[in-house]
Design a protein around this ligand. Structure first.
Ligand code: ADP
Ligand code: MG
Length: 679
């Protein structure tokens, strides 16, 4: 028996060449090898019949190679094998053609006479059914019972230099060689299901239920590791002392009285939650999650007034210059009449109302630049971070680590699924704005494949003539040789000619800050009717009179991004139109765009996004640095996540500093989360 952490170089059944191959795949110890779980399974106790139709699920079939050849197409070369059904079942066609492109070396591996197992998706090619690039495995004569046949067989992610069949043998021998006791981890998430048993059942299950049970155990482990960090971070913040704010509410009351409309129930509830937090003698650490247009700004404003009421300063950070400018204008509009001193601070500009010195401002609006300017605040009590998904976790950490420990309210419009919220924002308390302000017009979304330009022009003109405004969105700033998509700059020229009676503006990231601001201001004041823009308008821009958005090359945008973009319209009383233009070439893109037509519910869109792209991608764009999740199924495993959270709460509850009974878990806390050593 060998310990799980043994170096594979010391394992006697591995050839030195194999040790090297495994090491280049990151597998250096027996434990790492066993953690390399199957990517799928094949039930080789029975095989599918040969496919008679294209499409559908992948098939797993067994047959004999009767012919092979290298073929050369106009641009490609491929290796082709004709396989005959050896089962004699008479169901389905008798033969099937398989093709592998640009893999001429297969001629050395695959030859007539061999019996093989194939796994792949049948498709139609020139009237025939073929499988391109199937997984395959040559059957060898096995003496005695085999791990490759007559059972559920694991199929692994490829390790370059080691055949599937050999990898399976290696895993099997490793399972036998490793001392089960040493496979245990510092914390056992499920003592009723020993880890070594789960390991065996994950690699060589007797039934698919076993494989799933094992996967769930490893998923729980993985979730637990994350939640332990989350709960640890949360605890750290809760342990800090903060100041008590919000005893006085004069400004807040005056603000309420000045509003010409009622706040929504959700806005009122969220403000109440914030007030309760701010009155606590520990720092607030709250997330305000609300779909685009749900009215987060007023919740921020109310919270900030509460801080000012207590004599502290409040800051609002926005991810872009445009957004900071806009917030500044909004805050001025509402708060100047109440006598509140508001200042703007971005990398490019500084402006204040009533005040010359920023130190004298009660409310400071700014961009990231704020983060790096300690001198800006004399007495900061509250920080609001708008559109958090544009900031990284690290930046959030940096803020919270300031000496003064202000209250923090983080706002996001990314309605991510619950599983992800608990992962990314798990250390925050959550308020949700799930209600839209009253008096909004209807919104129609239409997907159009190459419509006539003249029809589009006519539609735009009708809306503009009725006094509305439009966004014309493009994916690129300038023409690019690589990407064949129209750019905002080129399109602007065209729209100037199409809409001669109207003012047409241009906005993109490469325009300098002053010009950007002036274009935005003119659009807001309706001096510009139609704005040709890139995704710079994606976040936060609020012009209720704009009711039309045409998104060109819509297939190039992600679902989350499209939802954000569309959130710019539908903010006023008028009926709104979002038109998605596409070339219709990619079925995947059409499926994605149809989601936009079907729903405007951000949560549904987020789940579809996750389903279509997978958590790796979605997480990647939300924040990097969370690491890869290998086992969890992000849509389905919510219950497991809750379990992991409960376990983490329990562990930290029993041993808040992880220096007692659970000290072995200290190493599971990622480095940045560990407190600075106290002297
Ligand atoms: P978001 O949540 O996307 O940041 P905003 O705070 O920009 O949304 O609000 C969107 C629009 O709705 C703004 O024009 C705002 O003035 C308006 N609004 C917000 N709350 C209400 C309300 N309770 N009643 C009417 N209009 C509101
Ligand atoms: Mg906003």
């Amino acid at each position: 028996m060998i310990p799980a952490d043994s170096d594979l170089a010391r394992v006697d059944f591995l050839a030195p060449k194999e040790v090297l191959a495994l090491a280049s795949a990151g597998l250096r110890t027996a434990r790492q090898l066993l953690d390399h779980l199957p990517r799928r399974y094949e039930d080789r106790r029975r095989f599918d019949s040969f496919p008679a139709e294209a499409g559908g699920a992948p098939v797993c079939i067994r047959g004999t190679v009767i012919d092979t050849r290298n073929r050369f197409g106009p641009r490609v070369r491929f290796y082709e094998a004709v396989v005959a059904d050896a089962s004699g079942s008479g169901v389905g066609p008798a033969t099937l053609t398989c093709r592998w492109f640009n893999m001429p070396f297969l001629s050395k591996v695959l030859a007539a006479g061999q019996e093989i197992i194939l796994h792949g998706k049948p498709k139609e090619f020139q009237g025939r059914i073929v499988i391109d690039h199937p997984d395959f495995e040559v059957i060898k004569d096995d003496a005695g019972p085999s791990i490759h046949l007559e059972r559920i067989v694991p199929v692994y992610r490829n390790v370059s230099g080691i055949a599937q069949r050999r990898l399976r043998e290696i895993q099997y021998s490793t399972l036998d060689a490793v001392d089960p006791a040493t496979l245990a981890t510092a914390f056992d998430v499920d003592p009723t299901y020993p880890r070594h048993e789960a390991c065996r059942e994950a690699h060589f299950p007797e039934a698919m239920e076993q494989a799933e049970a094992a996967r769930r155990r490893f998923a729980l482990e993985e979730f637990f590791a994350v939640q332990l960090n989350v709960v640890w971070r949360r605890r750290r913040i809760h342990d800090c002392s903060g100041r008590v704010l919000g005893r006085k509410t004069e400004l807040l009351t005056a603000f309420y009285e000045s509003l010409p409309f009622d706040l929504t129930g959700a806005q009122k509830r969220s403000i109440k939650e914030v007030v309760a937090d701010m009155r606590q003698p520990r720092p607030m650490n709250r997330l305000l999650q609300g779909d685009v247009g749900s009215g987060k700004t007023f919740v921020a404003m109310a919270s900030m007034l509460l801080a000012v009421d207590s004599g502290a300063q409040a800051a609002l950070m926005a991810p872009t210059q445009i957004l900071a400018e806009q917030h500044f204008l909004t805050f001025r509009q509402w708060l100047e009449p109440l006598g509140v001193r508001v200042a703007l601070r971005t990398a490019d500009r500084q402006e204040s109302t009533h005040v010359e010195l920023e130190g004298d401002a009660q409310i400071i609006i700014g961009t990231h630049a704020l983060l790096y300017d300690e001198a800006l605040f004399s007495d900061l009590g509250l920080i609001v971070i708008d559109e958090q998904h544009k900031f990284g976790v690290m930046q959030r950490g940096r803020l919270i680590d300031r000496g003064t420990r202000p209250d923090v309210l983080v706002m996001t419009a990314t309605p991510i699924p619950r599983t992800l919220t608990m992962t990314i924002y798990g250390d925050l308390d959550v308020s949700i704005l799930d209600e839209r302000p009253a008096g909004r017009g209807k919104m129609v979304t239409a997907l159009r494949v190459k419509p006539r330009q003249s029809d589009l022009n006519k539609f735009v003109k009708t809306q503009l003539e009725e006094g509305r405004q439009a966004y014309l969105v493009y994916p690129l700033v300038e023409e690019s040789t690589k990407l064949k998509a129209e750019s905002a700059t080129a399109a602007h020229e065209k729209w100037l000619k199409r809409l001669t009676k109207f003012e047409v503006g241009l906005l993109h990231g490469k325009i300098d800050a002053e010009e950007k601001e002036s274009v935005m201001r003119r659009f807001r004041d309706h001096e510009i009717d139609a704005l040709v823009a890139t995704t710079v308008i994606e976040v936060g821009v609020d012009v209720p009179n704009a009711n039309l958005m045409i998104i060109h090359h819509a297939e190039r945008f992600g679902l989350a991004q499209l939802h954000q973009l569309r959130g710019r319209i539908g903010r006023g009383e008028h009926k709104s139109y979002c038109i998605l233009l596409t070339d219709g070439k990619s079925p995947d893109a059409m499926e994605k765009l149809q989601v936009m037509e079907k729903t405007s519910d951000g949560f549904v869109i987020a789940e579809e996004d996750l389903r279509l792209r997978g958590p790796g991608d979605v997480l990647g764009t939300l924040q990097s640095g969370l690491g890869d999740f290998r086992f969890p199924d992000f849509l389905a495993d919510t219950a497991l996540l809750r379990e992991a959270r409960a376990l983490a709460d329990q562990v930290i509850g029993e041993d808040p500093k992880l220096d007692g009974p659970h000290s072995a878990l200290r190493s599971w806390i990622s480095d940045e989360e560990k407190p600075a050593p106290t002297s």
